[in-house]
Design a binder for this molecule. Sequence first.
Ligand code: 5GP
Length: 186
Amino acid sequence: MKNKLFVMSAASGAGKTTLKDLVIKEFPDIQYSISATTRPPRAGEKNGVHYFFKDKEDFLKMIENDELVEWNEVHGNYYGTPKRFVEETLAAGNRVLFDLDVFGKINFDKVYPESTGILILPPSIEVLKQRLHSRATDTEKVINLRLENAKKEMDFARIHGKYEYTIINDDLEKAANELRKILKIS
Ligand code: 5GP
């Protein structure tokens, strides 16, 4: 199971999605695990591409039916990793890349202890704040909640997280190269 499962975690605004989208297409044997969420879609987000968008009732049913590897409540919404996709992708001999919050990663490790953890950090809280504002997809209230959570998440990851790699995303191309190297090792 070693080098088959890669978990990326980051505070929102750290540039993780851009980084992932840039690099993953270069690795045809790595499939991205699409999470289920109760968060409403942002502009441009498509069901079944970015997330499987669910209402709360359906999400709770997925938990009840044991369909998720792990799940967590993040910024007031539920997020979870569908089990079947992971099992099928591994069975087909491919690798899987996940995007999980730092708490979800701990639960994920209980099921798959041999995953490779990659923590993406913004250069600073100040930069994170600017990025969240320039993205302009969230309200001021949501941005502040995300910033507060970002600080907590980074503290938690530093103390309890099991991340083999840390990438500081101050420059997209440099960060992308670091990610390429990690995915190529395997
Ligand atoms: P966003 O709403 O910005 O897309 O994601 C918010 C947070 O939820 C991010 O920290 C992201 O890593 C996390 N997240 C996305 N999918 C999952 C998942 O399936 N499980 C867990 N635990 N966190 C997730």
